[in-house]
Structure formats: structure tokens, C-alpha cells
Design a protein around this ligand. Sequence first.
Ligand code: ZN
Length: 664
Amino acid sequence: MRIFLLAAVSAAAISGAAFAAEKPMYGAWGVDLTARDVAVKPGDDFNKYANGAWEKKTTIPADQASAGVGYDVYNRSQDQLRTLIETADASTPIGALYKSFTDEAKVEQVDDAPLKADLAKLAAVSSKAELAKALGAAHGGFGPDLFSLDIYPDAKNPELNTLYIGQSGLGLPDRDYYLTDGFKPQLAAYTAFAERALKMAGYADPAKSAADVIAFETAIAKVSWAVADRRDIDKVYNPVTMDELKAYAPEVPWADYLAAAGVTGRSQVVLGEKSAVRDIAKLFADTPLETLKAWQTVQGVLEMSPYLSKRFVDSRFDYIKVLSGQTQLRPRWKRGVQLVDGSLGELVGQAYVAKYFPPSSKAQMVDLIANLKTAMAERIQKAPWMAPATKQAALAKLSKMSVMVGYPDKWRDYSGLKLDVTDLYGNVRRSGAFEWAYTLGDLGKPVDHGKWGMTPQTVNAYNGGLENKIVFPAGILQAPYFDPAADPAVNYGAIGAVIGHEISHGFDDQGRKIDDTGKLRDWWTAEDAKRFEAQAAVLGGQYGTYEPVPGMKINPALTMGENIADLAGLQVAYDAYHAALKGKPAPVVGGMTGDQRFFLAFAQSWQDKSRDDSLKQQMASDPHSPSNFRVIGPTRNVDAWYAAFGVKPGDKFYLPPEKRSRIW
Ligand SMILES: [Zn+2]
């Protein structure tokens, strides 16, 4: 391991090629002008104006659910990881894990032997008491659980990690898949998968057992919380003592269950979806043992199929392709890279940043983020609806918000993980156990703020609300989001809006409930909250009319926080861009004003073409709006966008000034 990493570092130092960037990756100044469809009026559909020609000429690859800049950057990163991973020696953890995945002959030869051993243990369970232990042991072990177990900062005492228990147990992405007609094909595909899995596991009447499993999961779906409620931090913070938990949901032997998960000595836990935990516990008692065991089998097979022989891989793909709309399985190397990336994230990440992340990018980002924070502070100061005392508290929260860029200061140690080049299934199981032990190691301990919730190579960013921090992994600091060689208007419009988005989460419909120390505490006056909610309702009213897939509109409650952050991010990035010009007019480049380039770069940073099934999955389960409305939704609320593109009354997405959202 050590040798491999040193080799990677020195190779980068010698060649330096990975860092070279004299000219922008996209176009002459950072934007792909050929992607535009200039026949479309910006006010009629700004996304089509910015991305329409690209959309027309783009075919979504058969093995992808979507295409666009997000996928392009992801694929670019995966190619880079592939280089690092494929050259790793089999004696290193990365090499051993990857080679165990790519040795298809071995995987075929082993077939279902390792799975059989796990299934035999499930089959031997003869009572609900034993089954409860199997559910607990599923964390870091084999099979599903009816409950989620997470270790996070205690929202009321955010310097200490605690245990959150929530709803779980569904094999489909969300409760809506069981309960609404729009997802009938997906439910049918899952039912068919369940039958195949039970048949492969040797069930005598797989059709009957599969029907029982689906009926059981449908019952779970009925008592599960809707995803919009699950993001309401007030609703999902329900601390209880162990005695209260036993009284509230007496059907589960909690102490034994938790002990099997490795959790002992807790006097208090936090319930997430409280009533669902209670009702799922009832279902646990009311459902026949054999149905529960069949359910474990179906989901256990589902989880482990990617690491089994071809018949398992294909059976699983026949199901999941109906969720995403992709028609072709991704090539084996991509799946192998994904496995290594997911299992040894920071080990791969350490090599990745050494080779592909220039230190100068980190310095540039730190400056950009500081400018964005200043712009956000000015927005807060100017917000007409916020009381002076609330403004002071908001500014304090903003100034304390910590910023992390590129990669963590301290790398994770994987030396305890045993990997065997001949044992893919065992590697995945040991890796799962290793991961759970790592997570569990935080329970009851002070929060380590240096730990990251994303790996450095992740093409994403996040706001860690309970730690009041924002994190920008190296993976997203690439063109077209961030390009050191691009026009500043482009960097502000793309990564600037992402930075503003993450900062503003600290002050959105959930962030406003968390104070500067990360504590769940209402620090707003009742009047502030009322005025904020009125403004948020204006925005929600707009998003509720958008229909990305025929017959399916955006859920404004689910997407509220992200929509607010998208708008705030754009506004703050715009302010920061102008502040950076220091009072001078922006130069005209390629016949375009600075503002035009800024908004165009913003729109192209969301360039995306998705399959309908994938969009439906996103809209049912993801708090982010589909990409085209992440372009249209925010821009039409920004006055400067109207001026930049001459958008007029009568244009399809024109909003009169009094109907534009004025949250920030
Ligand atoms: Zn967000």
C-alpha cells in the first residue's frame, strides 16, 4: 500500500501533466457555445437556450440513466481512478479487491457457494427472538434490517455522537413505488426479481413466497413516512430512553437486537420516523416468521448479487434497469472501480488527489469561498424580513461555518481490512463489517469534525448542518464546474453557485432551525419565521407547477430546501462575481457581457438529459429538482437575468417583479 501511494505521488510530480491547464477545457473561455440552441428565446426556456443543441444531438449511453456534464465529470473521474486502480499490485488492498472483482472465471466457478452459507444461517432461524438478532447483525453483516441505524451528532448536543433509529425494510427506492399507480412497472419488476431470488435460493413455491414478501413490504410502505417529512429535522428528532423505546415499540427485543448490531450500554437513542418505527415493530410481530425469512432472502440476494456469478448479476439487472431506464449493464471494469471506490474510498482518494488535484486549485477555491461568504453576509444584512437580532445570529453562524476543500487533513486507516484476491464475496462482506465497525466506533464519542462524509473523488459537495461546515471534495473541482483557466464569470456562475448553494443551506427551511454551534434550536423570532415561510411559499408555488415528466409534477415540500439553496446560490454567486470586478465593468468576451456569461455558465453546469424512469425515481425520492428546473427555477427569480437576456412579459417563464421570490 505504502509503495503504491509513493509511486503515485512521484509520478505526478515528475510529469505534472495531469495538472496542466493553460486553456479552458470547454470553449475559448469556459463555456461550450455549440451546446446552445439560440433559436429558443431565453425567457421561454433558458435551459433549452443554454443546452438545447447539445440535448438534440446527445444520445444517452445504454448503460447510463442520464447524460450531461455531471455524468461527464463522473466518467472522467472514474477513468482517472481506473488508471490508479488497474495498476495497483494484487498485494495492495486496492489491487486485491479490484482483481477479485475482475476475475470472472473465479466468480463463475464459485457461483453461489458463499451466498448459500449466509442463506443457511437465515434458514436456521427458528423464532422471532432469533430473527431480531439477525436483523441487528445485518449491520455490518448479511441481509436487510427493518430499521436504519445511523450514528450522527446529537442534534441537541452536537459535539456528541448518538444513535438514530429509523424506518427501513423496503427493496424499492421509496414508499410511493408500492402505493401509487405511476410505479406499477417497477413494482412488477421487483416482484419478478423476488420470485427469481427465492427460486435461486431453493424455495419450494417462490411465486407464493414472493407475493408474501411484496405484501409485507407494502405494509411497511403504508406506515413509512413520506420523504418530504423525513427531511424535517423537527419531526425526525425524537430522543427516547431505552425504557421508553421498549414501552413504545414493545414487539422488538431492543436490547438483544442492538447488541447483535454491536451496540451496548445505551441509555438513550433518537428515533427518526417515530411512528414508523413503532408500526414496523408491530408488523414484525404480526408477520409469519417464514415471510420475514423470505423477505430477508430476497433482499440479501439483491444486495450480494453484484458480487456473484453472471446469473445473479443478470437477474438483479433485469430489476434495476426498470428503475433507471438504462438498457445495458455497465462494463465490468466500471463496476469494479465503483466497488473499490466505495470500499476503499479514502485510500483511492489519497492517490487520486496526489495525481489529479493541483494544490493551486485548493488555494483558488479557498479565496472563492471567502468571497461567497462575504456576499452571503451582505444578503443577510439586507434581508428586509429578518429582525436585527436574527441577523446577528445568522452572521455569527456564517462566520463560524467551517470550510473544507479537496480532501481531509487526516486520512483514514484501512490496515485492519483483510482482502483476498481470490475471494470477492468474502471481500465485500468483510468490507461491510469493517465499515460498520468504523461507523460504530464514533458512537457516544465526541464528534470528529475532521472526518468527511464524502470521499475526495466524489463529484458533489455538502453542508454538514450539525457541524456547521461546508465540504467541497476535489472531485467537483473540475471543469465545467471549476476551471482555473476559465473566465471568472464562468467560475462564479458554475462552482460559485454551488458554493453559494451549500452556504445557504445553513439558512434554508431546515438550516434555520440549527444554530451556529450545530444545535437544533429555534433562533428566529416567530415573525421572522412567518415572513420567511411566506417567501418560501412563493417559491414552492412556482415549483409545484413544473412537470418534468408528463403526469408527474415536482413536490414542492420535498424540494423546498434545495430550491431555496439553488436560488440563493445563484444570487450570492452573482453578487460575489460583481464584487470581484471591484466596480469595473465586466469585459465583453466573444460578444457576450459578463452577466450573460455568468448565467450561461450556471445553466451549462446543470446540462443534463435523463431517462423518464430515472427522473421519476429522482422526483419520488430525491430532494433536488430535476436539472432543467434547477436552471429555469432560480434564474426567473433573479432581476439581473431579465436584464442580461432581455426577457420580457409574454415570454413563457417571465415573472413580474412582484411575483419573484425575495428570500435573499
Ligand atoms: Zn443542496
